[in-house]
Design a protein around this ligand. Structure first.
Ligand SMILES: Nc1nc2c(c(=O)[nH]1)N(C=O)[C@@H](CNc1ccc(C(=O)N[C@@H](CCC(=O)O)C(=O)O)cc1)CN2
Ligand SMILES: Nc1nc2c(ncn2[C@@H]2O[C@H](COP(=O)(O)OP(=O)(O)OP(=O)(O)O)[C@@H](O)[C@H]2O)c(=O)[nH]1
Ligand SMILES: [Mg+2]
Length: 457
């Protein structure tokens, strides 16, 4: 395992397929001069682009491209890095890749995220920044991309490090007092204003937590499912929100058989919207499977848009069916959770009067869609774009929550005062906080984080 971490690695560092330019990159601890000589036929000035023929083992020219050598430690990975920027044909890039593997002893193909993992292990990036690299590549909205760039620039890390320093400062006092048991705990607590410091920490943690939550929302978005009886206008609403004819719409109940999903964005927040088969007693096998899938989507959703048809609200048969769905929703979910994620939407407001209260709209005319968008953002806990928004992950939110809880516990112990317990809570707070930037991070978590990168990154 350890030896593998030291192998030279090689990968095609551009998106697979045909592109105008493609990059093959190599990262190694060992010197790359021999490889450079074999491929480029000349020495490379560090960090300079050289235009030259890239040669096969028999001396024939594979391509005329650019070669760049980044000597360690001044490279992306902190190791020796060679980049070959060639024409973007997939066959050519495979040839160059194979050429590097053959000419560099011990080299192997890089695993997903391995270049960035090395950058992390060599201290070029902390863990939150490394995650931001992947989030930048995967960003699905402009706001998400800009926020990922800010996180890569250290927006979250800087805040976390400042908090960590404050925690360390406080820990030093507490630990020092523990080492001198003759000193009065109460006196210490007052003298160093420990309560004041703990209060300040909690405030700062709460602020960062709120911003981190927004960042995680930008990354993960919101899962929204359109559910309800057949023919109420679920597919029409999907199309209206997406601004495209994605799902088939007809006056025939039971039109949608399978899930249709689409990603849209509202103020930069990605929304994954799933249109489902109308919920009713299925009349055939295909529909039965469709309805089962509807329920699966409902179970997974952050928000369930329960659509009602205003033109049929008064029909007893229609009411019975809505009641049946409501009961089934309640049976699938605990009451508080359902309440938090269920949103009733009354459709076809262009054709029938809407009851007071509730969200009414017309998928056909578009009236009321803006109110629905606002409501969805509010349900997601989105506050209008704060300055300096950075992308974040659920992992960071959990770590900050844990840190805050330990600091709150520490405060409770100071009031007793039980300084050894305060010290322990502060140690745990420090550990939880440090997991964000990766100082205290288990190997399996690292494997999971970097394993989700694309190859060549
Ligand atoms: N061609 C190319 N473009 C790329 C990358 C790359 O690896 N190759 N990157 C890959 O993701 C990103 C840029 N990231 C990079 C980060 C650090 C260094 C680097 O050379 N760092 C040195 C020197 C720093 C300096 O001059 O200030 C260092 O850290 O010591 C290079 C690229 C995006 N664009
Ligand atoms: N007047 C009016 N008609 C609508 C509106 N939205 C949808 N409809 C009509 O209602 C019918 C059903 O619409 P769909 O979007 O297919 O309904 P659905 O809920 O997806 O139906 P299933 O796929 O069968 O579950 C179509 O004839 C639509 O044109 C609306 O806002 N106003
Ligand atoms: Mg439909």
């Amino acid at each position: 395992m350890l030896a593998r971490h030291q192998d030279p690695i090689v990968a095609i560092a551009t998106a697979p397929g045909r592109g105008a330019v493609g990059i093959v990159r190599v990262s190694a601890r060992a010197p790359l001069e021999a490889l450079i000589h074999a491929l480029c036929g000349q020495a490379l000035k560090p960090r300079h682009a050289h235009y030259l023929p890239l040669r096969a083992a028999d001396g024939t020219v594979l391509d005329h491209g650019l070669a760049l050598h980044f000597p360690a430690p001044h490279s992306y990975t902190g190791e020796q890095v060679l980049e070959l920027q060639a024409h973007g044909g997939p066959v050519l890039l495979q040839l160059l890749l194979a050429r590097c593997l053959e000419a560099l002893p011990g080299a192997r193909l890089a695993e997903p995220g391995e270049f960035t993992q090395r950058a992390f292990l060599n201290g070029k990036l902390d863990l939150a920044q490394a995650e931001a690299v992947a989030d930048l590549i995967d960003a699905s909205t402009e706001t998400a991309a800009r926020s990922a760039a800010r996180a890569l620039d250290g927006a979250l890390s800087t805040e976390v490090n400042a908090l960590r320093d404050a925690l360390i400062h406080l820990r030093m006092f507490v630990e020092a007092t523990l080492d001198f048991p003759e000193e009065e705990d109460v006196e210490f607590v007052e003298q160093e204003n420990v309560l004041g410091q703990l209060g300040g920490l909690q405030q700062r943690l709460a602020q960062i937590l709120a911003r981190t939550r927004q960042g995680a929302l930008l990354r993960d978005g919101l899962q929204v499912v359109l559910a309800g009886q057949p023919n109420v206008g679920k597919s029409s609403l999907l199309n209206a929100l997406a601004g495209a004819e994605l799902a088939i719409v007809t006056p025939i109940p039971g039109t949608t058989r399978d899930r249709v999903s689409e990603q849209i964005q509202i103020e930069g927040v990605p929304l994954h919207i799933v249109d489902t088969a109308g919920l009713r007693e299925a009349s055939d096998e295909v529909e039965r499977i469709g309805v089962a899938r509807s329920w699966e989507s409902i179970a997974r959703a952050d928000v369930v848009l329960f659509l009602h048809d205003l033109t049929r609200l008064h029909e007893p048969e229609y009411q019975r069916e809505d009641e049946r769905i409501r009961a089934q929703l309640a049976a699938h979910d605990d009451a508080a959770h359902l309440e938090a994620r269920l949103l009733h939407v009354y459709n076809k407001a262009d054709a029938a009067a809407a009851p007071a209260g509730g969200l009414s709209l017309s998928a056909k005319s578009g009236a009321g869609l803006d109110a629905l968008r606002r409501e969805l953002l509010q349900r997601a806990g989105w506050q209008s774009v704060p300055e300096g928004l950075f992308i974040a992950r659920e992992r960071h939110v959990r770590a900050l929550r844990a840190t805050l809880e330990h600091v709150q516990q520490a405060e409770a112990q100071v009031r007793l005062p039980a300084l050894d317990l305060v010290a322990e809570e502060l140690r745990l707070a420090h550990e939880a906080l440090s997991a964000i930037t990766g100082q205290f991070t288990a190997d399996d978590l690292l494997g999971e984080i970097f394993g989700r990168f694309c190859i060549g990154k």
